[in-house]
Design a protein around this ligand. Structure first.
Ligand code: COA
Length: 205
């Protein structure tokens, strides 16, 4: 495996870049939208009902810690920017984030994640960003596989796994890890091995 870090990746409509402080406030705003965080944001459950905790004034310090590490060679997290010609404003805009985080002790097996601003959902941007990230992780970083999952009811996310050639390997009920959702959730677990990636045209660019 080559620890190359979050190098810039360009696709037809998007540019994926390592996290910088400039776009973090907008990403925080996007993450604070309930339909974005419901099946995405984990941890800090004890603060779920404390609005003060979630203000930018309080959150900024956590984003600074993230940005300080963003260019380390073992960090694989990208801010997703939409090129000016595809935005509503006519200027480049940050529209979400994709990541390929460590999952197990074996760092060559990754866990992927994504979120997109609701204003820009349903236009194929998550698929485009994820596909580009997979190409980078398998071809350049040379990971051995991805083991990940989504809540079964998260149709959009499950659809991305399926479109990219992942195999559904299990459905399991677990206590919700999500900050703003308590109870039991059914997870669809997905896997994409290096071999599957190389053999499946749908996963590849
Ligand atoms: C999941 C998410 C990233 C998808 O982003 P997106 O840019 O809208 O995704 P795409 O446009 O690439 O769509 C992917 C596929 O899912 C389908 N899809 C997306 N949202 C859907 C929905 N709510 N219901 C049904 N299908 C949906 C799309 O139609 C597309 O399939 P198709 O090509 O066969 O038509 C976005 O909904 C999101 O940010 N959700 C909140 C955060 C989250 O849940 N992250 C994942 C945690 S595992």
């Amino acid at each position: 495996m080559n620890l190359l870090g979050s190098r810039t990746i360009e696709t037809e409509r998007l540019i994926l870049r390592s996290s910088k402080m400039e776009e973090q406030k907008r990403l925080w705003e996007i993450l604070m939208i309930p339909k974005v965080n419901k099946w995405y944001l984990v941890g800090a459950k004890k603060h779920a009902n404390n609005p003060k905790h979630w203000t930018w004034k309080n959150q900024e310090k956590f984003y600074k810690v993230k940005v300080d590490k963003a260019d380390n060679n073992d960090i694989f997290v990208w801010s997703v920017f939409l090129k000016p010609k595809y935005t509503n404003s006519g200027y480049e805009e940050v529209i979400g984030q994709v990541s390929a985080q460590e999952n197990k002790e074996d760092i060559t097996i990754r866990d992927v994640g994504w979120y997109i601003d609701p204003i820009y959902q349903g236009k194929g941007f998550a698929t485009e960003a994820a596909k580009a990230m997979l190409a980078y992780m398998f071809k350049e970083v040379k990971i051995n596989g991805i083991f990940s999952g989504a809540v079964k009811d998260n149709i959009g996310s499950c659809r991305i796994f399926e479109k990219l050639g992942f195999s559904k390997i299990a459905e399991v009920e677990e206590d919700s890890p999500y900050t703003f959702y308590d109870g039991v959730v059914t997870f669809s677990k997905y896997e994409l091995t290096r071999e599957d990636y190389c053999n499946n045209e749908n996963s590849r660019i």
